[in-house]
Design a protein around this ligand. Structure first.
Ligand SMILES: Cc1ncc(COP(=O)(O)O)c(C=O)c1O
Length: 440
């Protein structure tokens, strides 16, 4: 090579939800009989959910439709009719929304939209991230900026709500911060935020002249009698606001790859408008996002069976969350929070409870040696060590909390299992393993 094409800043790109899969693959090579319980990834299809018949029929209809439009490219920023539908859909939940379809960008999964948002920020300017955060945000933001994320705390002792005092302290300390990221409902914690919290975040954004990025991909997944607060209502005409939503979580079709960005309040600030335009240009470079879900999107959400599907899904998530907190809540030393939205939970270990001496028995000799070699690394976070032992001992795959940029040791699980009996079996086994690990 004439010049080294390797970018050393790649170490800032961390996506442990998938990286743990490499570890699993290695275990499976060493022990081909291994069957893993994937509690690590938010994919209902992998967790046994049947595909609702209406979704399959819509797909078949679209593929057989005369004209075969679905096989071609769409408009580079997203099919125009679908973007007009999205503008109206936003209004349905937040009547004061005034969103032009030109301010909506459809991307191949929200992940692609998130990458574009951070990519177009001028180097050195930052979007403050929650800690813990969803890795695509924190990693893409740090990679774009070329240095570690600037974060504000979510408090595990207060149901993982944002620590608003810490947020303000960080905003004062970091003049390079030009925006605040909210993930609501939250991945990895399953928390949802109150009106007061959102009001305070908007006021801080106003006071420090910041924009807000609001990742709402789970906004239809809310239970326990809670309601989702629309930041679009609170932030209207007050601060620049980018809302991120998508299809991946509302129906079991995350492989469809369809998400979208909404740029609200663009008339408020000409610099923000220029930034929004730059993200639109960046998205053009991808030619277009996947066509099939774009054509189907309005018909999925308008289908007479959709709302019933969603209600049943939320009820199931609520029940699963209760079962898991009941089982894990009995484990001494583990802090388990109630979840009210999305399909994740992040229990944490009490301070000082994890050590680098704890273990769990591993039957397979080759697997044991492999794990022991990895955990011998003195820099390995203690919750990662726990997750590796847990996996090798019980076949249960979770993700360490530190992989979500969390200062607290713990692990993230998904609450998605379709079969309640199986769910109970997995979590009873997990609870026993934690007790064994802490006592070892
Ligand atoms: C908070 C959050 N944002 C964005 C995404 C990306 O979703 P998509 O499948 O649309 O890329 C996820 C996926 O898990 C997520 O949890």
């Amino acid at each position: 090579m004439r010049q080294n094409p390797f970018n050393p800043e790649v170490s800032l790109l961390r996506y442990e939800i998938r990286e743990i899969v490499d570890f699993v693959q290695k275990l499976q090579e060493l022990n081909p009989a291994l069957v893993i319980e994937n509690e690590n990834i938010g994919d209902p299809v992998a967790k046994g959910w049947p595909i609702p018949p209406f979704l399959k029929s819509l797909m078949k209809e679209e593929i057989d439709r005369d004209g075969d439009k679905v096989f071609g490219y769409t408009h580079s920023r997203g099919n125009i009719d679908t973007r007009k539908w999205i503008a109206n859909y936003a209004k349905r939940f937040s009547p004061t929304v005034d969103l032009d379809y030109e301010n909506i960008l459809i991307t191949s999964g929200l992940g692609a939209g998130i990458s574009a948002l951070y990519h177009m920020l001028p180097k050195g300017l930052r979007i403050i991230q929650p800690s813990p955060s969803y890795p695509t945000h924190a990693s893409m933001e740090s990679f774009a900026a070329g240095s570690d994320a600037v974060t504000y705390k979510l408090d595990p002792l207060k149901e993982w709500q944002p620590d608003l005092e810490d947020l303000e302290t960080q905003l004062k300390a970091h003049p390079e911060v030009i925006g605040i990221l909210l993930i609501n409902p939250n991945n990895p914690t399953g928390a949802i935020y109150s009106k007061e919290t959102i009001e305070k975040v908007v006021s801080l954004a106003e006071q420090y002249e910041l924009m807000i990025f609001s990742d709402e991909i789970y906004f239809r997944l809310v239970y326990n009698g809670e309601t989702f607060v629309q930041i679009t209502e609170i932030a209207k005409d007050r601060v620049p606001l980018v809302v991120m939503r998508g299809l991946s979580k509302d129906v079991p079709w995350p492989g469809g790859r369809c998400g979208w960005l909404e740029f609200h309040n663009t008339k408020l600030d000409s610099d923000y408008k220029k930034y929004a335009d730059s993200v639109k240009n960046r998205v053009l470079m991808e030619v277009c996002s996947v066509s099939l879900p774009q054509f189907l999107l309005p018909r999925i959400y308008e289908h007479p069976d959709f709302e019933a599907w969603l209600a049943a899904y939320n009820k199931h998530l609520e029940e699963n969350s209760q079962i898991i907190s009941d089982i894990l809540g009995r484990v001494k030393g583990l802090r388990v929070n109630r979840t009210n939205g999305a399909f994740y939970m992040m229990p944490t270990f009490g301070p000082g409870l994890l050590t680098n001496q704890q273990t769990l028995p591993i039957e397979n000799e080759a697997v044991r040696k492999f794990v022991e070699e990895i955990v011998a690394n003195p820099d390995l976070p203690l919750d990662k060590r726990f997750v590796y032992y847990l996996l090798a001992n019980t076949d249960i795959c979770s993700v360490p909390a530190t992989s979500f940029f969390s200062p607290h040791y713990g692990f993230r699980i998904t609450t998605l299992d379709y079969h309640p009996e199986k769910l109970k079996e997995i979590y009873e086994k997990l609870a026993k393993a934690i007790e064994g690990y802490l006592a070892s």
